[in-house]
Design a protein around this ligand. Structure first.
Ligand SMILES: [Zn+2]
Length: 296
């Protein structure tokens, strides 16, 4: 089997999971289009999940803006939209399960001390929980973790070098992104994840959680991140231009060009998407981490 194509014989459920921190920009459209076409080309379902776990970062009403921007581009989810803020009991249940298995420990360290790599300071301290003072960290296994990405091929992470114990529940009690994503993917029976390469580092951590929760991790495909003229990732925080919905076919053309896909000759939205789906070739996606919109 060509790893880039995926297994078309099994049930495919994919998803696009934006955070409601502002309207979609071109970079998020590329991720939405890639996940949509990959699912649809396998006769699969495409779901949308709003990652509104972090209330201070959410911008009121931007979920509706995002959904209407997607709809304007012909990207409509096959099931009702799921909101992470509605799923706190499920996350709490997962944390309880991890606790019972002894797979998490209390950590007192400040987040700013370990932005990239946590050296396991509290791993063997057996600290007692202090409300507001301790976070819960997942204990990552010490053997190397290899994962096959459909674009990047086999990648190996080493404990203590490229992966370390990570927070599943923050000091303020909020469930962490890594935990919520995995629980959502399990509950929504997500079989394939297609997202930006800026999340590639999270893939082995999430796989470790899937395994701990006795679930099969989804197949992975990480697309290049869209960079702006300044060479940085387009993001809502960096005030990327919101996607305009005046000419959706034109936006989709740019997205397909970025993903190195064949350009449909059609000009109407529905026919355009059908052609794009029929000619979707994930093996043509470049294996670069970041890529400017204008380079082909
Ligand atoms: Zn610690």
């Amino acid at each position: 089997m060509n790893p880039a194509v995926g297994d078309r014989s099994s049930i495919y459920i994919g998803r696009f999971a934006p955070s409601p921190s502002g309207p979609l920009h071109f970079g998020s459209l590329v991720a939405a289009v890639a996940s949509f076409l990959d699912a649809k080309s396998c006769a699969g379902q495409w779901l949308v999940r709003i990652e509104d776990l972090d209330p201070p970062r959410a911008v009121a009403g931007s979920d509706h803006v995002i959904l209407s921007q997607l709809a304007a581009h012909g990207l409509r989810p096959d099931q009702p939209v799921v909101y992470q803020s509605q799923r706190l009991p499920q996350y709490a249940a997962a944390v309880k399960k991890l606790k019972q298995q002894g797979l998490v420990y209390h950590c007192r360290c400040a987040r700013r001390d370990y932005q990239t790599h946590y050296p396991g300071t509290c791993r063997t301290q057996n600290l007692k929980p202090e409300p507001g003072g301790t976070a819960l960290r997942f204990r990552v296994g010490s053997s190397p973790h290899t994962l096959v990405d459909r674009v990047h091929g086999a990648l190996t992470w080493h404990y203590g070098e490229s992966m370390s114990d990570f927070v599943v529940q923050r000091k303020d009690g909020l469930h962490a992104y890594q935990l919520a994503v995995v629980i959502d993917d399990i509950d929504q029976r997500i079989s394939h994840v297609v997202r930006g390469a800026d999340l590639l580092h999270a893939a082995p951590l999430q796989e470790a959680l899937f395994t701990a929760l006795e679930a099969t991790p989804p197949k992975q495909l990480h697309i290049p991140v869209v960079l702006g003229n300044d060479g940085r990732k387009l993001s809502k925080q960096a005030r990327a231009k919101p996607l305009d919905t005046e000419n959706p076919v034109n936006n989709l053309r740019r997205a397909l060009a970025f993903l190195n896909q064949r350009q449909p000759p059609q000009h109407t939205l529905e026919n355009f998407l059908k052609y794009a789906c029929d000619h979707w070739q994930p093996e043509r996606i470049p294996a670069l981490m970041g890529r400017s919109e204008t380079t082909n």
